[in-house]
Design a protein around this ligand. Structure first.
Ligand SMILES: Cc1cc2nc3c(=O)[nH]c(=O)nc-3n(C[C@H](O)[C@H](O)[C@H](O)COP(=O)(O)OP(=O)(O)OC[C@H]3O[C@@H](n4cnc5c(N)ncnc54)[C@H](O)[C@@H]3O)c2cc1C
Length: 281
C-alpha cells in the first residue's frame, strides 16, 4: 500500500507548486490530474506575473518594491482588495519569479504577446517599440478642491514590420474634479467626477476600435465615525466596445465551430452603482 502525507488534486498553476514545495520539504506527495497532461490553464494563460523588486527589474535599473506594488494594487482596486491577501501575494511574487528563473524559465519582456482567438492561446509576436508622451496637471484653485488632468499619447509598432500593435491604446485622456472633506452643514463631503476618453485603438487586420468615453462619480458623506459612500461607474450610461475580436464562434460545444470568422465585441463597463455604509472604530 502506498502511503502519502499529502494529496494534491489538479496539476495546474496552484497544484504544481504546492506539490513541488511539499515534496521538497520532505512530504510524500500524490499529485492527481484528471487530464492526460499536467499544467491546467498554464497552457493557455498569457504568462504575466506581476512582481516588484525582482532581479529582472534590477538588471534594467528599475527601482521597485513589494510596498509600492501593494500601494498600486490598493489604488487600482480603490481599496476594495483584501489587504491581507494582497500583502501575501506581493510579498511572495518576487521570490516566485526568482524561483521560476532559477528553474530555467525565460521571460519574454521584449516580446509583445497577442491573444490568438483561433488557436485560443497567447502567442509571442516579436519586439515592439512604444514612443509617446505623458502630461499631467493637478490644480488646487481653492482649498478643498482638486482638479486633475492627464493626457497620454503613445505610438506602438512592431520593430520588424512597423505595423501598429493591436489593442495598444494610443490616446488616453483622464480628468477629474474632486472636493475633499468639504464641510456641508453637519457632514463632510468628499466627491469626485472622473472622465476618461480612450481614443481609437488599432485592431488586427487594419481595423480600429471606436473612441470610448466614460465618467465615474464617487461621493462620500461622513458624520463622526459614520460614512456613506456612493460610487457610480459610467454615470453617462455610454456604451462602447471594450474589445473587438475576430474569430469563428463556437457558442454551442455540441455543434461544430462556425467556419467563417466573424467580429465579436465585449461591452464596456455598464452603468453600475454601489452604496456602502462604513463606521470607523
Ligand atoms: C486565457 C487565459 C489567460 C490567463 N492569463 C493569465 C496571466 O497572464 N497571468 C495570471 O496570473 N493568470 C492568468 N490566467 C488565470 C490563471 O491561468 C488561473 O487563474 C490559474 O491557472 C488557476 O490555477 P488553478 O491551479 O486554480 O487552476 P488550473 O490551472 O485550471 O488547474 C486545475 C487543474 O485541476 C485539474 N482537475 C480538475 N478537476 C480535477 C479532478 N476532479 N481530479 C483531478 N484533477 C482535476 C484540471 O484538469 C487542471 O489541470 C489566465 C487564464 C486564462 C484562461
Amino acid at each position: 500500500m502506498h502511503v502519502h502525507d499529502l494529496l494534491v488534486l489538479g496539476a495546474g498553476t496552484a497544484g504544481l507548486p504546492a506539490a513541488i514545495f511539499a515534496a521538497r520539504r520532505g512530504l510524500r506527495v500524490l499529485l492527481v490530474e484528471k487530464l492526460d497532461r499536467v499544467g491546467g490553464t498554464l497552457h493557455v494563460a498569457q504568462g504575466q506575473l506581476a512582481a516588484a523588486g525582482t532581479s529582472l527589474q534590477r538588471e534594467r535599473g528599475i527601482e521597485d518594491s513589494p510596498e509600492l506594488h501593494f500601494a498600486d494594487v490598493m489604488r487600482i482596486s480603490r481599496g476594495t482588495a483584501n489587504e491581507e491577501m494582497v500583502r501575501l501575494a506581493v510579498g511572495a511574487a518576487a521570490g516566485t519569479i526568482e524561483w521560476l528563473r532559477a528553474a530555467g524559465f525565460a521571460t519574454l519582456v521584449t516580446d509583445e504577446i497577442v491573444f490568438d482567438h483561433v488557436a485560443a492561446r497567447y502567442v509571442a509576436t516579436g519586439s515592439t517599440r512604444r514612443v509617446g508622451v505623458d502630461a499631467g496637471v493637478s490644480l488646487r484653485p481653492v482649498p478643498l478642491l482638486r482638479i486633475d488632468a492627464d493626457l497620454t499619447w503613445a505610438d506602438g509598432v512592431y520593430v520588424a514590420t512597423g505595423e501598429a500593435i493591436p489593442y495598444a491604446p494610443r490616446l488616453l485622456v483622464v480628468g477629474g474634479a474632486y472636493a475633499e472633506r468639504l464641510p456641508v452643514g453637519p457632514v463632510l463631503l468628499t466627491a469626485g467626477l472622473r472622465g476618461v476618453v480612450l481614443g481609437p485603438r488599432p485592431l488586427p487586420g487594419g481595423f480600429a476600435s471606436h473612441t470610448a468615453v466614460s465618467a465615474d462619480l464617487t461621493t462620500t458623506v461622513t458624520h463622526g465615525p459614520w460614512g456613506l459612500t456612493l460610487d457610480i461607474d459610467n454615470v453617462l450610461g455610454n456604451q462602447w466596445r471594450d474589445g473587438e475580436f475576430v474569430f469563428a464562434s463556437r457558442w454551442d460545444l455540441d455543434e461544430p465551430a462556425a467556419e467563417l470568422p466573424v467580429r465579436h465585441f465585449t461591452a464596456g463597463t455598464p452603468l453600475a452603482a454601489r452604496l456602502a455604509v462604513s463606521r470607523r472604530f
